[in-house]
Structures are given as C-alpha cells and as structure tokens.
Design a binder for this molecule. Sequence first.
Ligand code: GLN
Length: 486
Amino acid sequence: MSDLRQLSLSDMRDGLRAKRFSAVELAEAHLDEIEKTHAHINAFITVTRDIALAQAKASDAKLAKGEGRGIEGVPVGVKDLFCTKDVLTTAASHILDGFKPQYESTVTQNIWNAGGVMLGKLNLDEFAMGSSNMTSYYGPVKSPWTKDGQPLVPGGSSGGSAAAVAAHLAPVALGTDTGGSIRQPASFCGIVGIKPTYGRCSRWGIVAFASSLDQAGPLTRNVRDAAIMLNVMCGHDVKDSTSAKLAVPDFEKALTGNVKGKKIGIPKEYRPDGMNPEILAMWDKGVKLLKEAGAEIVDISLPHTKYALATYYIVAPAECSSNLARYDGVRFGLRAPADSLTEMYEKTRAAGFGHEVKRRIMIGAYVLSAGYYDAYYKKAQQVRWLIANDFNEAFGKVDAILTPTAPSAAFGFDYKPSDPVEMYLNDVFTVPASLAGLPGISIPGGLNKEGLPLGLQLIGKAFDEETVLNVAHALENALQFKGRAA
Ligand code: GLN
C-alpha cells in the first residue's frame, strides 16, 4: 500500500492492531521514502534501517498474538539529541564525531518499550541552538514547503523532526524544546508540536543545552497523535531528579473537544507594534472560533513579557557554557592532534564547535564570570521569577492562554540576519512559557497569502497538558486546516 504514509499515527496504530497492514510494511514505506528524498530534504543524519526492520518484525510477532501495546509497530524519528545505545548520536555537532552512547535515553527507551520502531536520527541546529536548522554541522534541512519554488527553512532547532513529519517521512518525530524548538518548527512546517511541562519527561540521556529549560516532546500531524505520544513518553524517572513524581493521565482521553465555559486568556503584550497583520488575523480567527465553541475569552496582561527574550538569552547561554564544558576531546568525540593537553583542548574545541555554539559559550562564560554574575545572571534569574509569576497570576483567572507561535512564516535560505539578535527574535512568543516551565503546543492556524503555514500557540498551567491538548483539539476541529506540504 503506497498511501500508508498518509495515515495519521492513531490510524497506523489502529490499522496495525486490526492487521490491515504489517509493521514491516509500514517501516519499509517510510524507509524507502526517506532514501528517495534524502539528498533533497536532509532531514536525517542517520537512518537505522536494520534496527527499524528488526523492531518492526518483533512488533508484528506481538501484534499477531494480540499483544500489541501503546504504539506497537509505529515508526518514530528521533531528534539526534537523544542518546541511543550503540547508534551514532551527534547533536549535529562536529565535536561529537563518532560518538555512540553506551546507554539509551529514558524517553526513547519508553518509546521502544511501547512498541515504537526507530527510523533514524534527525537533523537539528547544532546542540539545539538555533531557529532555522542552518547551524547544523550536517548541513541545513529543507522544509517540504516552498515559496515561489524556492526552498524554505523548516525552523529550529528540531528542524529535521518537523520536516520529516510534514513530508510524511515519519508520523511522529521526537523533538526537544528549550526556548521554542518544538513549537516554532511545528509552526513553520504546518504541523503540531507540544512541549510538555518542565519535569513531565525525563531529561536523562538527552544531550544537555540549558538544563533548567530543556524538555522533550513530540511533533505530529494532529493533536490526537501528540496526546498518544505523550502517553508513552512522560513519567517520573529516578535518573532525573527534576522529573516530576506525578502520575501520567491518559492524555488521549482528555480530547473531549468540549471547551464550553473554559476561560481562554489573550495577553495584550503579545501584540507588539508593527506585528505582521496576517498573524494578527489568524490569532483573531482562533479567538473567534474558540468563542463560538463556547469558551470565554478573557483579556489578560503578562507585564514582564518584554524582558523574556533578554532573560532567556542570558540564562540559556549560561547553562550552555557550563554543560558544554565537558567536550574536551579526551574520552569521546573529536580530538585534534596537539603537543600538550591545553593545546589539545583548545584545538579540539576550536574545530569542533560551530559559530553559534561558540558565541553562546562566550556569552554564557561572560555572564557567569565573577565581575558580571550579579549584573547579568543573577538579574536574569530574578526577572525569570517575575515572568513565571505573571503566568501564575493569569492562571488564577484563565484555563489556557492563546497566542501566535512565531512572529513570521518560514523564511528562505537567502535570509541573512544583520546580527544574531534578529534570529533570536523568532523565539519572542515561545520563550516566556519556557522560562516559566509551562506546557505549550503549536497547531497550524492557517495559511498566509503566500500559502505558507502560521502557527497558534496554547500555553497551559503546569502539569495541565490535558487542558492544553483538549483546547488545541477543539481549535483544530474548528479550523479544519487542510494545508499540507507533501
Ligand atoms: N531558538 C532558540 C535558541 O536558539 C530555542 C532553541 C531550543 O528551544 N532548543 O536558543
């Protein structure tokens, strides 16, 4: 069946259980398409055909006995930031050359335990730092969406994940989100991406960027598929002290589609002067549809929003400079030849890291240095608390908050920001929820006049992914987004 790849994840799961097709057939359909499109899209850094077929065979054996559980037999792409045992893990960086972890990340292990089939490791911005997937050592990823025949970026940092799902190379891909890296690429590629609450998923075995912000989450083609994936990804893990000791609800059951009486906050600070009118119009449409579905719209204020981007770009580089200090060429990855240990460190790190990663390490080391710690890092931590407190107050009045996901649609490869801050502006609507550790989802909100997708973001209370998913599901039903790239 050539159209197997067009099915949603939930239809794949149900079709496998009903034995309408096999897990091997499903894996092969995806693997063949990945091979065919690889030279063009560049979504995968490593394709794990042998592992996929072996896992699919095992799934078929279980399904034949009626033992299929969770997502038994469903193909999954994995952002190459998750450590996968004995499988090359690069973080899209030269410095991790040849690194094959001796252990499996908790989230990926959860997925294999639930019957997922690994297609391979997906391209990303180097160490998940970026908004365009242009900082990867393995080259940029092309979105399956184009503008006037010209290629576009898929967003970042989970750009390979978003492009793979939009191009039907996988029904789901794992991403990570530190400041927007699941939600912004989902928005650029016309798909769904959810960052759960900080602590919902274990970070164990995920290459660390900024540990107080990093979270795993799925990118899928609809909200139900995201809920199904969260069911298998989330949960407490003794190996991650920041993972929450909370039971994981059945997120799929939360999708009632009923939002009557739900209070949806609209923050005035997300409407800056000069905002793209098409994004505003899409946002207004989302408001109108939720109102028609019976939700109550409440104007709210998150007064410290204007400091979020600056705060994020102090906290995230600070943590990155500390986390990336481990890459020294000694035990794994790249090692540059040198005559002394110090020279080896210097040469390895000079050759191994790209420009953006070096910039962040330098900013981070600076804001943590003795003379500047109080002025920058400590101040940023204080402001972070104020930003989180804005949300706490707002959530005394509302159940979820609706905003756009990104300030623009996807851009082309000719886009050359005059300075790095211009690229950082992509994250303006996503970083506040990250700093507050809150769950956020991006769903396709519509197409702009050039036919490119724009995303709507819903932010929820801590550990209330159920409301976020349910409101997103209701909005998805009302919007009937039909745009697709492939
Ligand atoms: N674009 C943001 C950054 O470059 C977010 C990255 C992320 O969420 N991993 O830091």
